[in-house]
Design a binder for this molecule. Structure first.
Ligand SMILES: [Zn+2]
Ligand SMILES: [Zn+2]
Length: 379
């Protein structure tokens, strides 16, 4: 078969294995080359789909994503039980670690770090944690964290510092540890940069939460009765704060990885701008809404909207990177991690369209090259 979009001779399939373009002629919506209906890292979903798990865990196939989803729900259930039992300190600790621990399991599962786990974990989650500790201690000396997070900012100056300056400084500092891995040989793909950024952001998030709530953690009795006012802060700590820190840094580091590949264009600098603005919107909105005395659910909805926007930008950036970076990986027999079929493919699964650069490392290692690439006679 000859692909209409890249003019290569490729094996028959719904998608071109070289450029990833959809081969259908009756594609109902959109450009078959940009295929916005099937996200390159997870072709069952559209690019614009606010899913947490298929976005921040881009290497996982369908079944594995479900396992992580259940583990996350189980974690939330545990937090709820601790909260109902009045064990607020324990609930805060579980909330702070839930998403970062899942990410650690994911990094192991997908072996994003190849053969250097200590190096990669040290410069992503570990580095983010150390930077988070240092920066949050400095910030806390300037802004009282409890009053600021409760929306009781003493004056306009404190509000501006907490809502504008802190997010910008954090977005500058968070990517720094991951940048040490830039240019290292096996980690050149944009999807690697994205995962490293997310991991660094999560490490940062743990440290930030522990420091910000350190006075609560140490002063609150293990068992306390006034637990009613903790349900919304716990939702922020467990879900929205880590996802904000992770996706914003993921976008920024992925954009820097794209720069190293000589493709720093509108989508990339737009991503950096969007990440910083979204972070400012998150903290300004949360503080201002709480200050206005609205129902406590309103700031949570606001945080969910901002995080949803960031996740969609992550997908948009990664989708187009995977399509543009479709290098010829050489034809080989492999099993698609998304649709689980035996395929004969180069860069994309001809059946479901998954970009195989986003496959877990063990799948990439298991690729068996055939002596001869598919020729016209074979087809
Ligand atoms: Zn093609
Ligand atoms: Zn497939």
């Amino acid at each position: 078969m000859r692909c209409d979009h890249c003019a290569n001779d490729v094996p028959d399939g719904v998608f071109c294995t070289r450029c990833g373009a959809h081969q259908g002629v009756i594609e109902a919506v959109g450009n078959p080359k940009l295929r916005e209906g099937s996200y390159a890292a997870h072709p069952g979903e559209a690019v614009v789909h606010p899913s947490v798990f298929t976005t921040i865990f881009p290497h996982l196939g369908q079944h594995k994503v479900h396992e992580f989803r259940w583990a996350f729900l189980a974690g939330l259930g545990a937090i709820l039980i601790l909260y109902l039992a009045g064990l607020i300190t324990a609930a805060i600790l579980v909330s702070a670690f839930l998403v970062p621990v899942l990410y650690l399991i994911y990094l192991y599962e997908a072996q994003v770090y190849r053969d250097e786990p200590a190096l990669v974990l040290g410069f992503t989650i570990g580095g983010g944690f150390v930077f988070g500790l240092i920066l949050t201690v400095i910030t806390n000396a300037l802004v009282n964290p409890i009053t600021a997070s409760a929306g009781l900012a003493a004056d306009v100056g404190t509000f501006l510092l907490a809502a504008f300056v802190v997010p910008v400084v954090q977005e500058v500092v968070k990517p720094l540890p991951a940048l040490a891995l830039r240019g290292r040989e096996p980690y050149g793909e944009t999807v690697d940069g994205l995962v490293f950024g997310i991991a660094a952001g999560l490490g940062f998030s743990v440290a930030e939460t522990l420091i910000r709530f350190s006075s609560v953690l140490t002063s609150l009795p293990i068992h306390s009765d006034n637990s009613a006012n903790w349900v919304y802060p716990l939702m922020t700590i467990a879900v929205f704060q880590p996802l904000l820190q992770a996706s914003a840094t993921g976008i920024i580091v992925a954009a820097i990885w794209r720069h190293a590949r000589g493709r720093f264009e509108k989508r990339e600098w737009g991503g950096i701008l969007f990440a910083v603005l979204a972070h400012i919107a998150f903290s300004t909105g949360s503080t201002a809404l709480t200050e206005l005395g609205v129902a406590p659910l309103v700031p949570i909805i606001w945080q969910a909207i901002v995080v949803g926007g960031l996740l969609i930008y992550v997908r948009y950036l990664l989708h187009h990177s995977l399509l543009e970076e479709a290098a010829h990986m050489g034809y080989s027999e492999t099993i698609c991690p998304s649709c689980h079929r035996h395929i004969y493919a180069s860069g994309f699964c001809p059946n479901c369209g998954m970009a195989l650069t986003a496959a877990p490392a063990h799948v990439k290692r298991a690729r068996r090259a055939r002596a001869q690439p598919a020729t016209v006679e074979e087809a």
